[in-house]
Each structure stands twice: as C-alpha cells, then as structure tokens.
Design a protein around this ligand. Structure first.
Ligand code: HEC
Ligand code: HEC
Ligand code: HEC
Ligand code: HEC
Ligand code: HEC
Ligand code: HEC
Length: 491
C-alpha cells in the first residue's frame, strides 16, 4: 500500500482512479444499505442477498481495480520518461478549480443519493411478487399463472416460500443464487420438481396467517360433474366435509383436521420423491405412547432422517399453484354456462382437444382451434367453444415447462390422486395386523347429502348421508385414481 501523503500517492490523481474511487465508494455505500435492509427488514428475500453480497462487492472490486489501473498507467508514464504524468492538479486558489471541486462534491452527493434510491427501489422490486413470478419469465410462468387465480393471489411468494428468520433466509439466499445461475444457463428442470425440499414447516408460513386452533367446522361442497357421453349428462354430489367442529376445545379437534390437533403427532415415511406412496405411519398420542401402521408389503424400519411430521402441506400442497385437471376445468365451464351443455359430446371433445400432445403453446392454440372448428363447424357457437378451450389451456397447460395437472399431484382428496388414500386405504395396519388406520370409511371424512343427475334426485337430502351411487360402475375394490385420471376415465 502506498501511504497517502507519499510522493507516489499523487499517481492516484488521474481520471480513471478518481472514477474508480467514486464507484467503489458508491458500491460500499450500497452494500451497507443492503446489509442494513438484510438485517432489519421484517421479511427479506434471496435477491437482496444477490445484490448485497454479489453485485455490490463486484462493483466495489471493479472500482478498486480501476483505482489501481489508473495508478499503474501513471507510473508507466513516469517510468518511460515521457515527461511528467498527467496529474489531476487542484489548486483551490484558482476559482476554476474551486468550481470543479464544488461540482465534484455536488455530483458525488447526488451519485450516492441516486445509489441509495436505486438500491431501495431494487429491493422493493425484488421483494415483489411481480419479480418472483415474471422476471424468470419462462420457468415461473406456470406457478405464477396458477397463483394469480388462487385464493392466495394477494399473498406474497415470500410469505410461503421464505417466511422470516435467519436460517431459512440463508438457505433461500443460497438457493436464489443457484436459481439465478440455472436460469441464466437455461438448465433448470422441466417441470420444476416438487415438493420444494427446503420449504419450511407450515408452522412458520401458513400458520402465521391460519391459526390451527381456529377450526373450520363442517364445510358443504357441491361437486358438479358431467359425463363424457353424448348428452354431457350432469352428475352432482353435494357433500358435507367434516373438517373439524369449531365449537370444541382445540385439543379435542376431530374430523379431517384431527391431524393438526395440537395433541396429535402424525409422522410418515414416503420413499418416492413426490411422496405418493406412504408405507409407514406413526402416531404419537397425547400420553406419549405410539402406534405404528404399515402397508402390507412393508416390513422395514424407515431411515430416521426421512421421517416427516405431517402438517398442512401434506394435504393442502397446492394452495397457490393448482393446475386444474381438464376434466374439472371443462366441468366448471359447463356448470357456469360458458360451454353449452346442449352441444353433443362437447365435454368429451373439449377434453380430447386439451390433452392431445403439443410441443408449444402456439401449436396447441392453433390445433385446438382447428380440431374444434372441424367438429362444430355447423354450430353458431363454434367460436365460443374454441375460445373457452383455449382459455382453459392457457390457464393450466404449459408445454414449454412440461407443467400441467399430471406433473403436480394434489393431495387433498382421493379421486385423481391417491391423496388421503395413501394412508386411509384400509390396508395400513398395526404390527399385530388387528387394526387399520381409523377414519377410512366413506363416511368418516364426508357425508353425501344429495347426489344424482336430476332436480328430483338432488332434492332428496339425507341427514345421515347417502351411500355413494356411482354411475352403475363398480369401484369398491379399486382406488378411484386407478380409473379417474383427471382427463378420461380409464376402464
Ligand atoms: C400460499 C402459499 C404459497 C404462495 C403465496 C406461493 N407459493 Fe409457490 N408453492 C407453495 C407450496 C406449498 C409449494 C409446494 C407444492 C407441492 O409440494 O406440491 C409451492 C411450489 C412452488 C414451485 C415449485 C413447482 C411447483 O409447482 O410445485 C414454484 C416454482 C413456486 N412455488 C413459485 C412461486 C411463485 C413464483 C410465487 C409467487 C408468484 C409463489 N410460489 C407463491 C406455496 C406457495
Ligand atoms: C399471508 C397470509 C397467508 C398465508 C401465509 C397463507 N394463507 Fe391461506 N389464506 C389466506 C387468506 C386471506 C385466505 C382467504 C382467501 C379467500 O377467502 O379469498 C386463505 C385461504 C386458504 C384456504 C382456503 C382456500 C379455499 O379454497 O377457499 C386454505 C386451504 C389455505 N388458505 C391454506 C394455506 C396453506 C396450506 C398455507 C401455507 C402453505 C397458507 N394458506 C398460507 C392467507 C394466508
Ligand atoms: C389431513 C389433511 C389436512 C391437513 C393436515 C390440513 N388440512 Fe385443512 N382441510 C383439509 C380438507 C380436506 C379441507 C376441506 C375443504 C377443502 O376441500 O378445501 C380443509 C379445509 C381447510 C380450510 C377451510 C377452507 C375453506 O374453504 O374454508 C382451511 C383454512 C384449512 N383447511 C387450513 C389448514 C391449515 C392452516 C392446516 C395446517 C395447520 C391444515 N388445513 C391442515 C385437509 C387438511
Ligand atoms: C400420512 C398418513 C395420512 C394421510 C395422508 C391422511 N391421514 Fe387421516 N389419519 C391418519 C392417521 C394415522 C389417523 C389416526 C387414525 C387412528 O388413530 O386410528 C387419521 C385419522 C383421520 C380421521 C379420523 C379423525 C378422528 O376424529 O378420529 C379423519 C377424518 C381423517 N384422518 C381424514 C383424512 C383426510 C380427509 C385426508 C386427506 C385429505 C387424510 N386423512 C390423510 C393418517 C393420515
Ligand atoms: C380419509 C378421508 C376420506 C375417505 C375415507 C373418503 N373420502 Fe371421499 N373425499 C375426501 C375428501 C377430502 C374429498 C374432497 C376433495 C376436494 O374437495 O378436493 C373427497 C371427495 C369425494 C367425492 C367428490 C369427488 C369429485 O371430485 O367429484 C366423492 C364422490 C367421494 N369423495 C366419494 C367417496 C367414497 C365413495 C368413499 C368410500 C369408498 C370416500 N369418498 C372415502 C375424503 C375422503
Ligand atoms: C373401475 C373404474 C372406476 C373406479 C375404480 C372409480 N370410478 Fe368413478 N367413474 C368410472 C366411470 C367409467 C365413470 C363414468 C365416466 C363418464 O362417463 O364420464 C365414473 C364416473 C364418476 C363420477 C362422475 C363423473 C366424473 O367424471 O366425475 C364421479 C364423481 C366418480 N366416478 C367418483 C368416483 C370415486 C369417488 C371413486 C372412488 C371411490 C371412483 N369414482 C372409482 C369409473 C371408475
């Protein structure tokens, strides 16, 4: 290092070094600001990390390098004997120099201010949902699109994906850098794998807003379905989901939310990365005793570090990014009247157009249009059918990212995916083989209040619950999802 007042320090007095010094100072200032945001912000995100610990230091070192390059150039000048170096001389007795100095100081202050504003703005931008969802345009499009029509469309990405606190923040930061690199190199996985391995326990995310002690009670839901036949025959099931009564003490919660009752602890082991098969389940009761249930062919002990405690995410795993199955989307369009039920085979034809293999979105839109225009060319409604089909495709199919309902299981029910039946299939038994996991009868989770295709059938309400009537087809010894694929029913 050259002492500042030494003879040599004057070699720093050149334009390149001066610019380098300003850049380095501004970068250092930006770093301090980002560091403060990082430490004090209520919630932060990985991109502050990228800015603060990568971008700002890069500019700092760049500026420092310029400082020394300027120095070396000057020294070369001096050594080569080509006369005196072009020193930046400042003589405060000269009014021109005083003006330059004033200008320089004012410019420097303005530069620092602009840096501060820039950093703050960038910070707010990177924290925004817009940034998470749209900046990495292609990879995030599916999740962002689904999110915008989810119940959580106003909840920030960071509230579920990062939450607050140091440990996950650091993890997210490292992950953010990794994501940025794989986006830049275009080598991210398609579809993006799930579940997200470092997603935090629901306690730190969902439960910041949803209070587990506040129970939901029973919820009535009506499922409007339409068969894939010529008449698009409606088939409706109206049922009461026993989520958990809200008038009991939290520790006595029963029903579907029994699993998150504070005194129950359910743990499980899933060998497959998507957690779709669960051969081992352990319940720890309030008195500390445990019960273990195993699937018939599973005799082993699970690896201890892969046992997961069940939380909200094991059922509500698609709270913000649900890609609707084509069967469901088309049913919704028929139910709301956007698709006309009187058009013969419309359910079946629209589903078929949606699920044909396409490589790009443009190709899909084109061919969906061609196929439906061919089929319904004589109908005055042909353009509206095409528009509805294309809209459904746009909302829930992302061929470039290979993302659609098939890529992302939804664990909340049991019709298209194993869901609850991963454990409640009546086959998971205690070691002595005497008892299966309780709550596995059709009526343990819900009661069918009414069902059928006609007004008359649907007005026969039952307070005890009807036995499910299943379109004459047998289903009892098979899991629903072996036939119900979300598109056509396999027979
Ligand atoms: C209500 C909570 C919540 C919000 C808000 C949320 N996510 Fe997610 N996200 C999740 C959960 C839970 C998963 C894991 C899904 C699973 O395990 O099946 C996930 C998964 C993902 C995945 C992995 C791929 C996939 O579909 O499973 C991406 C990418 C993603 N989210 C991006 C985003 C972006 C971008 C935003 C903001 C626009 C966002 N998320 C907002 C809860 C949320
Ligand atoms: C920042 C607050 C916030 C966070 C975090 C949050 N939620 Fe929500 N959630 C809400 C609000 C608000 C609603 C109600 C939306 C409405 O009724 O339109 C809601 C609705 C829901 C619903 C009912 C959805 C429906 O179909 O009507 C479920 C289930 C749910 N959240 C689960 C979750 C899960 C699981 C997580 C964690 C991955 C989570 N939430 C994280 C605020 C939040
Ligand atoms: C065993 C599976 C399971 C677990 C675990 C679970 N839920 Fe639920 N939850 C359900 C089902 C099924 C419903 C019925 C409503 C539905 O279909 O969305 C429901 C309903 C809800 C509702 C009411 C939705 C509405 O429309 O009013 C909220 C909110 C909710 N859950 C939040 C949570 C939160 C928060 C957690 C974690 C603390 C959690 N759930 C854990 C299965 C589960
Ligand atoms: C990881 C395994 C697992 C999954 C997945 C699972 N459960 Fe359970 N569930 C259990 C266990 C274990 C019990 C306790 C049974 C017992 O003690 O006999 C239970 C109990 C229940 C009960 C009875 C509660 C009571 O009041 O006694 C209901 C209802 C229930 N579950 C509904 C659901 C629903 C709905 C889903 C899917 C959204 C689901 N479960 C998913 C393991 C699971
Ligand atoms: C462990 C709890 C549980 C058991 C046992 C169970 N269900 Fe369900 N079922 C659910 C849940 C939760 C949903 C709601 C899924 C949703 O809203 O996404 C559901 C949805 C349904 C639906 C509506 C499906 C649709 O999308 O049109 C039908 C019909 C149904 N169940 C029938 C049955 C029959 C028949 C049985 C017995 C063989 C049964 N369930 C056993 C939890 C259960
Ligand atoms: C052996 C195959 C098979 C099994 C197993 C099966 N289904 Fe079905 N299901 C069918 C067929 C076939 C239809 C008629 C489909 C059509 O015409 O569109 C149907 C229709 C339905 C419908 C009305 C139409 C629709 O697309 O939603 C519901 C609801 C339904 N099944 C629920 C269930 C439930 C819940 C289970 C599990 C308890 C189940 N099914 C198991 C074959 C099966």
């Amino acid at each position: 290092m050259i002492p500042f007042f030494s003879e040599k320090s004057k070699l720093f007095r050149n334009w390149l070094s001066a610019a380098g010094a300003i850049l380095a100072t501004a970068a250092f200032f930006a770093f301090l600001l980002l560091f403060a945001i990082d430490v004090f912000a209520r919630q932060s995100n990985p991109y502050v990390g990228i800015l603060g610990y990568i971008v700002a230091p890069a500019f700092f070192f760049g500026g420092t390098a310029m400082l020394f390059i300027g120095f070396r150039i000057q020294r070369k000048h001096e050594a080569s004997g080509s006369g005196k170096p072009h020193l930046l001389v400042m003589d405060l007795s000269r009014s021109r120099d005083r003006r330059i100095l004033q200008f320089f100081v004012a410019g420097g202050v303005a530069f620092l201010l602009i840096t501060a504003i820039g950093v703050t703005q960038t910070y707010h931008y990177t924290e925004s949902t817009h940034f998470c969802g749209e900046t990495c345009h292609e990879p995030m499009t599916p999740e962002y699109t689904a999110y915008l029509t989810s119940p959580h469309a106003r909840v920030g990405c960071v509230d579920c994906h990062i939450g607050s606190g140091a440990e996950y923040y650091v993890k997210a930061k490292i992950n953010g850098v990794h994501q940025l690199i794989s986006t830049a190199l275009n080598n991210y996985q398609r579809p993006i794998p799930t579940p997200v391995k470092n997603l935090r326990p629901a306690q730190d995310t969902c439960e910041q807003c949803h209070w587990p002690e506040k129970l939901s009670g029973n919820l009535e839901r009506t499922y409007h379905r339409f068969l894939a036949d010529e008449k698009n025959t409606p088939f409706t099931v109206r049922m009461l989901l026993m989520v958990g009564a809200s008038d009991v003490h939290p520790t006595m919660a029963n029903g579907i939310h029994w699993h998150i009752n504070l005194t129950n602890k359910v743990e499980y082991y899933a060998p497959d990365p998507k957690r779709q098969t669960i051969p081992w389940v352990r319940v720890t009761h309030s008195d500390g005793t445990t019960t273990i249930y195993r699937a018939p062919d599973y005799k082993d002990e699970p690896p201890a570090n892969e046992v997961r405690r069940m939380d909200c995410l094991d059922c509500h795993n698609r709270p913000a990014h649900r890609f609707r199955a084509p069967n469901e989307s088309v049913d919704m369009a028929l139910q709301s009247g956007r698709l006309d039920r009187d058009l013969p085979w419309v359910k079946s034809n629209v589903v078929a157009a949606l699920i044909a293999p396409y490589n790009t979105r443009e190709e899909a839109m084109q061919r969906i249009g061609d196929s439906l225009r061919g089929t319904y060319k004589d109908s005055p409604k042909v353009e509206s059918i095409v528009a509805v089909a294309q809209q459904i495709y746009g909302e829930s199919f992302f061929p470039e990212m290979k993302a659609n309902w098939k890529a992302y299981p939804d664990n909340k029910g049991h019709k298209e995916w194993p869901g609850c039946f991963r454990c409640h299939d009546g086959q998971h038994k205690t070691t002595d083989g005497k008892r299966a996991i309780g709550g596995s009868e059709c009526n343990s989770c819900h009661m069918i209040l009414a069902q059928g295709s006609t007004k008359e059938e649907l007005s026969k309400l039952s307070a005890e619950g009807h036995t499910f009537y299943h379109i004459d087809a047998e289903y009892t010894d098979l899991s629903c999802n072996q036939c119900h694929t979300g598109a056509f029913v396999a027979e």
